[in-house]
Design a protein around this ligand. Structure first.
Ligand code: NAD
Ligand code: MLT
Length: 323
């Protein structure tokens, strides 16, 4: 049997499958001790990806590339998958684990951007900014149709008080909102420290004027906001999802808006992306962005740097920072 030992001169192929910040991958480009070959090849179909990653050692993705079992099985030399962002729901973790492939993400780099985007969406929703802009661009000076609501003294319910949820809470307090929060790990002490009211999901549904979700997409969180929860909500509630499509049941949200229970929704994420032609986008009460929560210069640079450093660390030491 012939075995091959890895030496410092072996070529390590790093395949970047989604657009990443060029400034963020400078650690890979600058790396001198490892013999890295960086392949930037984005926008591939599943079949093309499977063909191209057969001999790569590391794969870096954002959310667009689906790293399915089939993809993982095709990548015979794959040792590490880097996710330049938070959510790893586009990666088959079970399949990766079975092959001993390490999955690393960049959990901190886009927190601020995602929180800022959430607040921007909430404010835009409250004041109909996208709809008013479109109306004006289309030649109308219509002030009557776009009377909004203030955020001050309204109650914001945050479901998922992790990194982004917490940053949203700080900002909402700055808008003088009352903040209720649910997270399975939220203690009374922590809630007091943050100035939020520790609540259950049902309490939030019954009392909040705005509800924003910031959980990962997991079997437990999939469809957690559904018809049963919409039925509990106050008429006129407004919903924000800048976390993951599917945490809020899209059909139930559609019905709740059409029935007049929900006054509006601000969505950055959808079950199927790209969500072009989605029925929710036909509703005038819905404002949306195409998964832009982390799309800032700062966040993209930061997540790419974190993943690049982890790749270097792994191939030098066999360990990573965010397994
Ligand atoms: P995080 O891990 O820091 O926080 C998630 C929180 O959700 C944790 O505190 C966890 O305890 C909580 N949680 C888990 N299960 C729960 C449940 N059943 N009910 C309530 N809370 C629950 O993650 P984060 O960095 O704050 O990211 C949150 C979400 O935002 C993720 O889905 C991530 O993928 C998404 N995200 C989206 C964008 C975007 O571009 N729109 C950008 C960054 C992150
Ligand atoms: C994330 O989970 O980090 C976000 O969806 C952002 C992204 O992938 O760009």
């Amino acid at each position: 049997m012939v075995t091959k030992e890895t030496t410092a001169t072996d070529v390590i192929k790093v395949f970047i499958a989604d657009p990443l910040s060029e400034d963020g991958i400078y650690p890979l480009r600058e790396e001198k001790d490892l013999n890295l070959e960086i392949i930037i090849d984005t926008g591939n179909s599943k079949e093309e990806l499977i063909e191209k990653i057969k001999d790569v050692d590391a794969l870096i993705v954002r959310s667009a590339t689906k790293v399915t079992r089939e993809v993982i099985e095709a990548a015979k030399k794959l040792k590490l998958i880097g996710r330049a962002g938070v959510g790893v729901d586009n990666i088959d973790l079970q399949a990766a684990t079975e092959r001993g492939i390490i999955v690393v993400n960049a959990p901190d780099g886009n927190t601020n951007s995602a929180a800022e985007h959430t607040i921007a969406m909430m404010t835009s929703l409250a004041r109909h900014i996208p709809q008013a802009y479109l109306s004006l661009k289309n030649g109308k000076w219509d002030r009557k149709s776009f009377v909004g609501v203030e955020l001050k003294n309204k109650t914001l319910g945050i479901i998922g008080l992790g990194r982004i949820g917490t940053e949203v809470a700080y900002r909402a307090k700055g808008q003088r909102m009352n903040v209720m929060a649910y997270d399975p790990f939220l203690t009374e002490e922590r809630a007091q420290e943050l100035g939020v009211t520790k609540s259950t999901v049902d309490e939030i549904c019954k009392e909040a004027d705005f509800i924003t979700v910031h959980t990962p997409l997991l079997p437990e969180t999939k469809n957690m906001i559904n018809k049963e929860k919409f039925d509990l909500m106050k008429p006129g509630v407004r919903i924000i999802n800048c976390a993951r499509g599917g945490i809020i049941n899209e059909d139930d949200l559609y019905d709740a808006i059409v029935e007049g229970k929900v006054a509006g929704a601000a969505l950055d994420v959808f079950v199927e992306e790209p969500a072009v032609g989605h029925k929710l986008l036909d509703l005038p009460q819905v404002i949306a962005t195409p998964h832009l929560g982390a799309s800032t210069v700062e966040a993209q640079e930061s997540v790419a740097i974190d993943v690049s450093k982890d790749i270097i660390k792994y191939f030098k030491t066999g360990t990573v920072t965010n397994p």
